[in-house]
Design a protein around this ligand. Structure first.
Ligand code: GFB
Length: 310
């Protein structure tokens, strides 16, 4: 399990441990630098994993992606190169590679089918990250073709939940808004600033549903064809800001800062392929936000601080 301290990786570990798995191989970033090929090779030689979940990645929201494109492309390509090749070399039975919905063209037909990959230009705010993830998909497909490996790629929609990144400049929209509304409530601030026009659409999936889908895919899906993971419904940023305001219990005003980028106008995934295989999400957005806010408050109250690794 690469990336076990991140949003997705930690959810998959929680899920597998709840199922009784006691043989998970995890390493912190200090113990194993996935950008270091020699270290990755030595780890695979020593431990010989049977299954690999590649959830380690340099990720971030719209601002981090636009500000640090070189980091996003280099870091992710390095991790993918090292882990995918080591998995092939040591005979890993199955590898699950996590992509992202931002790999699809900016103006892809909605909802976005898997076939839209490489059919048009990418959204500029996250092009570098998307190109790295597309390279990962193509590596998995090429390895399957050339070496007969079973390397599967899934494309999650925007995810949220416990262990998210709550740093305001690095995070995605939901953790940022949760923190902004919470702090505004605590300090009695009259308004909360939401970036962009508020009119663009996003689809959100709770990370526990994502973990459930990943375990489902590990059991039931063996194909080089990429597979979308989402809930099939999206909302505007203005709607989700309102929902977050209610979740947190804030009664001030929402202000939109249109000097900040909107990013992609819409990226609703077509999840019919996944649903036809027999998987469905179970946590709706209202409940997911309430549960995540409860987690957030526990962390703030316990003085443990919030994850801010950009
Ligand atoms: O979640 P987010 O950063 O990522 O932004 P993307 C989604 C939308 O929310 C954008 C707006 O239109 C933002 O302008 N937004 C409003 C905010 N207020 C805020 C705020 O306080 N913080 C943030 N971050 N956004 C990312 C990609 O795109 O999505 C990644 O950059 C990745 O590559 C990820 O694919 C899933 O959905 O725009």
């Amino acid at each position: 399990m690469a990336g076990h301290q991140g949003l997705v990786g930690s959810a998959i570990v929680r899920r597998l441990e709840a199922e009784g798995h006691r043989n998970l191989l995890v390493r912190t970033r200090q113990e194993l630098d996935l950008e270091n090929q020699r270290a990755v090779d030595a780890f695979f030689d020593d431990t010989r994993p049977e299954y690999v979940v590649l959830a380690a990645a340099k990720v971030g929201g719209i601002m981090a992606n636009s500000t640090y494109p070189a980091d996003f492309i280099r870091n992710n390509i390095a991790i993918q190169m090292n882990v995918i090749e080591a998995a092939r070399r040591t005979g890993v039975q199955k590898l699950l590679f996590l992509g992202s919905s931002c790999i699809y063209p900016k103006y892809a037909e909605q909802p976005i089918r898997e076939e839209s990959l490489l059919q048009g230009a990418l959204e500029p705010t996250n092009e570098a990250y998307a190109v790295a993830k597309i390279a990962g998909i193509k590596m998995c497909q090429s390895y399957n073709k050339q070496y007969g490996t079973n390397f599967v790629s899934v494309m999650p929609t925007n995810l949220y939940g416990p262990n998210d990144n709550f740093d305001l400049m690095g995070s995605h929209v939901l953790p940022a808004l949760m923190r902004k509304f919470h702090e505004a409530k605590e300090t009695g601030s009259p308004e909360v600033v939401v970036w962009g026009s508020g009119r663009v659409y996003r689809e959100f999936l709770h990370v526990d549903d994502m973990a459930d889908a990943c375990v489902f895919v590990l059991h039931h899906y063996d194909s080089s064809e990429i597979l979308n993971i989402g809930c099939g419904q999206d909302v505007t940023i203005a709607e989700v800001a309102q929902l977050m305001k209610e979740t947190v219990g804030y009664d001030g005003t929402i202000v939109f800062d249109t000097s900040k980028p909107d990013g992609s106008p819409r990226k609703l995934l077509d999840v019919s392929r996944l649903f036809a295989l027999g998987w469905q999400p179970s946590i709706d957005l209202r409940r997911g936000l309430a549960e995540t806010y409860a987690w957030f408050q526990q962390h703030v109250d316990a003085g443990r601080g919030l994850p801010v690794n950009v």
